[in-house]
Design a protein around this ligand. Sequence first.
Ligand code: ADP
Length: 232
Amino acid sequence: MDLINLKNVEKKYKNGVTAIYDLNISLKKGSFTFVIGGSGSGKSTLIKMLYREEKPTKGQIIVGGLNVAKLRNKKVYKLRRKLGIVFQDYRLLPKLTVYENVAFAMEVIGADKDTTRQKVLKALEEVGLKNKVHNYPDQLSGGEQQRVAIARAIVNDPKLLLCDEPTGNLDPDMSMEVMKVLEDINKARGTTIIMATHDKDIVNKMKKQVLSLKEGRLVNFSKKGTYRNESN
Ligand code: ADP
């Protein structure tokens, strides 16, 4: 079953730049997909359209049965509850502990204290940080901060995890730790993962399906792909 379906999707920004041209893709539930391509190829635009930060100018986007472009603003929360998002720069709250940063995502949806505690500790265990619950973000390495951000993104059990250059600020060792965590989440929870990245080593090592963009166009979509030179 597909979780995501894009039909004839185009995104043209107000300044006249077309970031995505006529994109048609479907992604199965439980799949792990890299979105690759050089700077400006449309990776972030694609991710942003999936969580309705941007709307396509043409075409249809279905995520988990929701017609994303047509959703009214007051219904966008229905989409946001189906997904978690991880950014390059972690976006943790500096004055909250690791536990509180993750719990915050649950308080927002009104979860009770016991459920929150149970889910927060489970998510932190999955990212290997159960021993750092009382630390503050500035007491953690970059890789650890990103793993907190991942715990926060999965704590509400989303079907979809969107990651925009999650290893962009990390050295190769920390990057691999983050990738291991993402792979475990994909396998253990069945969460569908879409990750935009520049990092050739990661893409080549992980052997996941690869959607490659060049100047806004899909140039290759391969199973167990590698980072091809043509999409640099
Ligand atoms: P990538 O993530 O692959 O670097 P982006 O999706 O950020 O690519 O950008 C694709 C193209 O769209 C680029 O030409 C970029 O300058 C343009 N673009 C991105 N965001 C905006 C925006 N908010 N307004 C206008 N143009 C944008």
